[in-house]
Design a protein around this ligand. Structure first.
Ligand SMILES: Cc1cc2nc3c(=O)[nH]c(=O)nc-3n(C[C@H](O)[C@H](O)[C@H](O)COP(=O)(O)O)c2cc1C
Length: 163
């Protein structure tokens, strides 16, 4: 039986790509979206929950999944990973999830993601434009995915899994 169940919410693919990259370094990991979850997945000893961040919020599918599965999730070792442009500076975007899951969380962190404007839906394009204006960030394509950062994250997770 694999050791880590990784559940991700990714609107535009960078969170998926990031978790796939981590999966290459982490032993025994099964990667799914909330829609692919089956009852047997509750047998994993550790659950990595990864989400892209949109207007400072977690992906709605992840919020729903955690709401519905809070009880058994709280009996597992939980790893929380957020993906956003702000990277580690956006750690507070995970506060609601952290509060909800509490002491079962063994690791929390952020990875820097990617934004390609012409891939965004109309609503997200407008939302992102407002956000960029609010934080005085240039409204341009960004690819901050950093392989070294991902190696560091996977090594931290491997270490914590050995404890
Ligand atoms: C509508 C929208 C809102 C966003 N809001 C934020 C934000 O509040 N803070 C931030 O750092 N990045 C923000 N981003 C950037 C995303 O977090 C980043 O592009 C991430 O890599 C997206 O993950 P995905 O490709 O898996 O969907 C936003 C992106 C979109 C499309």
């Amino acid at each position: 039986m694999a050791k880590i169940l990784a559940i991700y919410g990714s609107k535009y693919g960078s969170t998926k790509e990031i978790v796939e990259t981590l999966a290459k370094e982490l032993e025994n990991l099964k990667l799914i979206t909330p829609a692919e979850f089956v009852r047997e997945d509750k047998d994993y000893e550790c659950v990595l929950i990864a989400s892209g961040i949109y207007a400072e919020e977690i992906h709605p599918e992840i919020v729903n999944f955690v709401d519905k599965n809070e009880r058994w999730l709280k009996q597992k070792k939980i790893i929380l990973l957020g993906v956003c442009l702000a990277g580690q500076r956006g750690i507070s975007y995970l506060d609601k999830l952290k509060k909800k899951l509490g002491s079962c969380i063994i690791w929390v962190g952020m990875a820097k993601g990617r934004l390609i404007l012409n891939r965004l839906g109309e609503e997200d394009f407008t939302m992102m434009k407002i956000f960029a204006n609010k934080v005085k960030m240039p409204f341009i394509d960004r690819d901050f995915i950093d392989p070294e950062e991902l190696l560091d994250i996977s090594s931290q997770i491997n270490t914590i899994m050995k404890v």
